[in-house]
Design a binder for this molecule. Structure first.
Ligand SMILES: *Cc1c(COP(=O)(O)O)cnc(C)c1O
Length: 421
């Protein structure tokens, strides 16, 4: 396949043979748009729109507060958690949907540090990557301020070799994001978790850019904690609730710091004293955002009959064809690929460095190809196998080549910085 010229006919055939082709019908997408940003905000499933309508026209407006029981609002965090659990290799009772990824990280990070203080005193380091998504680093910094340096200290390293070398006896927690938000590099979860455990280190995986994009085996890898987003590859809608995974073997010994009433053993006893719920519900804090959570619940049904290995195969094919098509254009040689081409190290996105990446991205959006920009110089393209076609790869690369060849992107209008990039 490599180095062979890819024809339009070949691309058309790929769509004809694609077992996931009909999944696109489950989404509402503007016809004139090629959406390469589903890794940042997933497209809207039809079922999500229907659920939103049902919530405002029936559940909230007509059934009012009785909906907590009648429409099982109270069970949604757990119910949604189980649906996500299937996508991340978690047996029942270990995943719950609530709050944001940042807040959930605070909870599991505190739990992990307290566990270590009780079982392995003297460990205070949280080991992470300097390129990790900033909120992950900020949350450690905030917790370090609260607990003091002797109990929590962030140590940052660069790549996989440095992570392994950094697993020293003073490390309490290894905090990693499975797919790097900039480069799209995929880390080896099984190997890194195993190495950390052999050194007495607890492991937290951030699945923001991997849940719903590739098969994940949290139980099989014996991961301790994981967190992730509901609005990226899970298509739950803007600001959708996030999720938490905590391995069942740890549930009895955990105490998370945001001890709100929803995580209480019996919230409706209204006891004076906090007593945590026994299972994964202990990670709940306040009243769930039902409008968002219910929409996420409906959105997840899109995955019900999807084979994740098939999803992964198409994701890899989409990014591989995109890059091969880029290579077929002489004018695109100024784009420098940051993402590893090796499939075992590649998530579901491509990142190209270019000194005018921001302007290129804006010009692409103007032409209907939605990508995003990550400072300082990255053009990022996300590949969502549920609703992208191979022909979209062809068209997007043709449009990109036109923009570069014609120097369209050098126009002043594309340099205007927006608040969200
Ligand atoms: C997108 C993303 C987040 C987002 O966190 P929020 O609290 O939902 O804003 C966190 N971590 C990583 C690695 C991300 O890519």
């Amino acid at each position: 396949m490599k180095n062979q010229f890819i024809t339009y006919q070949h691309i058309v055939r790929l769509d004809q043979q694609d077992p996931l082709a009909t999944k696109r019908d489950a989404f509402r997408l503007p016809t004139e748009v090629i959406y390469l940003d589903g890794n940042s905000l997933g497209a809207m499933p039809e079922a999500a729109a229907e659920r939103a309508g049902e919530l405002v026209q029936q559940q909230w407006s007509k059934d009012l507060i009785t909906s907590w029981n009648k429409h099982h609002w109270i069970d949604l965090p757990k119910h949604v958690g189980e649906k996500i659990g299937r996508l991340i290799g978690a047996a029942p009772d270990q995943v719950i949907s609530c709050d944001s990824t940042s807040v959930n990280l605070f909870k599991v990070l505190s739990c992990a540090l307290l566990l270590q203080q009780a079982q392995n005193p003297g460990r205070s380091i949280v080991l992470s990557q300097s390129g990790n998504f900033p909120t992950d680093l900020y949350m450690v910094q905030g917790l370090a301020t609260l607990l003091g340096e002797q109990n929590c200290q962030l140590k940052l390293v660069a790549d996989e070799a440095d992570i392994i070398a950094g697993m020293t006896p003073d490390v309490a927690v290894l905090l990693l994001t499975q797919v790097d938000f900039r480069s799209g590099r995929l880390l080896n979860m099984q190997r890194l978790t195993e190495l950390a455990h052999a050194k007495g280190i607890l492991v937290i995986w951030d699945l923001a850019h991997s849940a719903g994009a590739l098969p994940i085996e949290l139980d099989a890898c014996q991961v301790d904690f994981a967190i992730g987003c509901g609005y990226k590859f899970l298509n739950g809608g803007p600001g959708a609730p996030a999720f938490i995974y905590a391995a069942k073997r740890l549930h009895n010994s955990l105490s998370q710091p945001l001890t709100g009433w929803m995580g209480h053993h019996s919230p409706f006893n209204f006891d004076k004293q906090y007593q945590k719920a026994p299972g994964i519900e202990q990670f709940l804090t306040g009243t769930p955002a039902i409008l968002s959570l219910s929409v996420l619940d409906a959105a997840l049904d899109v995955f019900a009959d999807v084979e994740l290995t098939q999803l992964r195969q198409k994701s890899l094919q989409l990014s591989s064809y995109f890059h091969q098509l880029v290579q077929q254009h002489d004018c695109l040689q100024s784009l420098q690929l940051l993402t590893p081409l090796n499939e075992a190290e590649r998530g579901s996105q491509l990142a190209y460095q270019h000194e005018d990446a921001y302007a290129l991205c804006q010009a692409l959006i103007k032409q209907g190809v939605i990508a995003d920009f990550r400072a300082p110089n990255i053009l990022r393209l996300g590949f969502t196998p549920l609703y992208l076609r191979f022909i979209d790869m062809w068209t997007a690369v043709e449009i990109l080549a036109d923009i570069v060849r014609s120097q369209e992107y050098t126009k002043a209008e594309y340099k205007l910085k927006h608040k969200v990039t």
